[in-house]
Design a protein around this ligand. Structure first.
Ligand SMILES: [Zn+2]
Length: 684
């Protein structure tokens, strides 16, 4: 075995992952070997009572980074180059990694060692970043229940395990309920109004099932075209009710995949877990790792935005109602809203995303984006060579004053065996190495744009351009960091409600008139996006922004109050909490059958419990940060340098509020977001 391990590419030190050499059979033996080595090293380390804080932390960082470097290409390949063999290896490794993490989180010796460091004389001499990473580690031990007595620890572990099961069950119920419903249609006339591409998709779905005609599922790409464009009101109503009663006690499959009891048990156990750790409720527990300080602050934040947005949301809805009445519709039901909204959008702006596509060839957009970053931060970006997992993957190097500072992979196109969506991930973290050298950060940027054909380059919609800027914003946060301590370097250790700041921030540039000529050029003629199309694009940006804002606030308030106010001795029905929030912020009524909460996976099956507000929270920060550029010039290099040094370079090494104030000179304000959304005209 050892002869094989010595040749295992995942166990060899390397600056970049050896993608050309990695095979599925390397994965599990490499992980087993690394975990065993780390366990043994930690045990040894804890025996050394004379070790100083700096050496202790450096050792822990080294071993955790070895594990991260081994696992990074495996997790990445699982997402972008999946295969049966890889999936098997990955699935075999995941429980081992989880067990290792739990073991380390509950290792009393390790906890005592961190406590000694915090209390010791050396602590004051550690770097700010290292001190912060020690504080984070102690916080995470506490949140793992390490300070509890043995009985409570057992209860804590049982709750954690049951919560994971319930979350999976919730997601499975939603998935099964979605798959358990479909609509078969024989007469194409019932699909009048639906775009041809969607109708073709329904026909293909029917054929796959051996049926003649059309088959519509509740998957979003199948569901939305009917809701937005289907002229048949009966069909829209039927599909709306099917979608909005999924996994509930209402609708066509009432009770079959019902999440009602799952949700109550989740709330009850979350409350108990928070109480074990000394919190009054789960909202407080959630905020322990976030930028927001108190439940009252979050509630106030959401209600303030609601108050400021409501009149615009109401007039959005009034405009829509009048428009529909003008077309002969008697009253607007929930299933009419997307349909008339699309008709109104077309009438007001006469613009489709497809019209913009020829002006945004991927290569032009990327070159323009690099130019923007160069003007803002003085960073040069050029192509470089590296092994990768697919011939389409590009690789780039970032330089500052001629010196390399980071590298990244760019995987642009959708293809088979690649997960959908767009994301940025960490390949190598910046950190100081033994001997004083620095390991430079490396990022993966993954998108799913249309690949070039033999006739045309890869052409992006403006939505896709925005996505690219968003992910590159995350990438810059990871790559421009100057923090050398891996726990708080780049995006590491940045609270959940602040991590979207740099990404949403960079999006602003692709809406600027001065930037459009840099990132656009017709793929045949080379001419930049015409003024007329640009004006339409800018005008359409904030269509129904008021209604969208209050919808997001409704979800944020519902999630937050649900977790803040839950009382196991007298639980208020979940539907009642939602109805109360709606009565305060929503601008139109939903039918009594609506059971949206039974499919709200973000908070019942994802990581957003008492954290859904984070979307708006980070948007306020990014809009307000950008407003300084509006005041001082969007290409003002000294403002750019300030954002770079005060925020992008600082990672998770300081409280995000301190970083924000250092950059903006004051606490964040909501005015910029309201103005950018067209909700207030703003005079500042
Ligand atoms: Zn993001």
């Amino acid at each position: 075995m050892s002869a094989l391990l010595s040749e295992n590419p995942l166990l060899q030190p390397s600056t970049l992952p050896p993608f050309a050499l990695i095979a599925a059979e390397h994965i599990e033996p490499a992980l087993d070997s690394q975990l065993a080595a780390n366990r043994q090293r930690v045990d040894q380390l804890l025996l050394d009572e004379a070790i100083d804080a700096g050496s202790f932390l450096a050792s822990m960082e080294q071993w955790e980074d070895e594990l991260a470097q081994l696992w990074s290409p495996v997790g990445h390949l699982q997402g972008v180059s999946n295969s049966d063999a890889l999936r098997l290896a990955y699935d075999a490794c995941l429980p081992k990694l989880t067990a290792y993490a739990t073991e380390m989180g509950q290792n009393t010796g390790l906890y005592q060692a961190y406590k000694r460091i915090k209390a010791g004389a050396d602590f004051a001499h550690l770097s700010e970043a290292r001190r912060r990473s020690v504080d984070n580690a102690l916080r995470d031990f506490t949140l793992s229940g390490i300070a509890l007595d043995p009985d409570q620890q057992l209860r804590f572990a049982a709750i954690a395990q049951r919560l994971a099961q319930l979350a999976t069950q919730f997601a499975n119920n939603v998935l099964d309920a979605s798959m358990g419903w479909s609509k078969h249609i024989s007469d194409v006339n019932e699909l009048a109004g639906v775009p041809a591409a969607a109708v073709q998709g329904y026909a293909a779905a029917a054929a796959e099932k051996g049926l003649v005609g059309y088959n519509i599922s509740l998957d979003i790409p199948a569901y939305l075209p009917v809701m937005q464009y289907g002229d048949s009101r009966e069909l829209r109503q039927e599909m709306y009710l099917a979608y909005n009663t999924r996994a509930s006690d209402k609708g066509a499959s009432a009770g079959k995949w019902d999440n009602s009891a799952v949700m109550v048990e989740l709330l009850t156990l979350r409350h108990e877990l928070a109480a074990l750790l000394g919190y009054d409720n789960y909202a407080q527990y959630s905020l322990a790792t976030k930028m927001a300080d108190t439940p009252a602050q979050v509630e106030g934040f959401l209600m303030d935005l609601a108050e400021q947005s409501q009149s615009v949301a109401r007039s959005d809805f009034e405009e829509l109602t009048q428009f529909a009445l003008g077309l002969g519709q008697q009253s607007l039901a929930a299933w009419d809203i997307p349909y008339y909204s699309e008709k109104l959008r077309l009438q007001k702006y006469a613009l489709s995303q497809e019209e913009l596509r020829p002006y945004f060839p991927a290569d032009k957009v990327i070159a323009g984006m690099f130019e923007v970053v160069n003007r803002l931060y003085g960073i040069d970006i050029s192509s470089a060579e590296a092994q990768s997992w697919h011939p389409d993957v590009r690789f780039y190097q970032l330089r500052s004053d001629g010196q390399p500072i980071a590298q990244f992979y760019l995987d642009l196109y959708a293809r088979e065996h690649k997960r959908g969506g767009a994301w940025m991930d960490d390949c190598r973290v910046r950190r100081s190495l033994p001997g004083g050298a620095v390991q430079l950060p490396v990022a993966y940027l993954t998108c799913n744009f249309t690949a070039p054909s033999k006739d045309a380059a890869s052409l992006l919609t403006h939505n896709e351009v925005t996505t690219l800027f968003h992910e590159f914003g995350h990438g810059l946060h990871h790559m421009l960091t100057q923090i050398d301590c891996p726990g708080v370097s780049g995006i590491n250790g940045v609270p959940w409600d602040a991590v979207e700041l740099p990404s949403q921030f960079l999006e602003n540039w692709c809406w600027e008139k001065a930037v459009i000529p840099l990132i656009s050029g017709h793929y045949q003629s080379g001419e930049p996006l015409p003024e007329e199309l640009l004006d339409k694009m800018l005008a359409a940006k904030n269509f129904q922004a008021g209604m969208q804002m209050v919808r997001q606030l409704e979800l944020g308030l519902f999630d937050f109050r649900l977790h803040r106010d839950f009382d196991p001795t007298a639980p208020v029905p979940i539907a009642e909490v939602l109805a109360q929030v709606r009565s305060e912020v929503a601008v139109f009524a939903v039918p009594p059958e609506n059971s949206f909460q039974h499919g709200f996976s973000h908070i019942f099956a994802g990581g957003y419990a008492a954290g859904y507000y984070s979307y708006k929270w980070a948007e306020v920060l990014s809009a307000d940060a950008f407003s300084r550029f509006e005041e001082e010039g969007i290409f003002n290099a000294s403002t750019g340098a300030s954002f770079q040094t005060q925020i992008l370079q600082r990672g998770g090494a300081q409280e995000p509020m301190e970083l924000f104030i250092n950059f903006r000179g004051r606490e964040p304000r909501v005015e910029a977001l309201l103005r950018h959304s067209g909700i207030s005209s703003g005079s500042s």
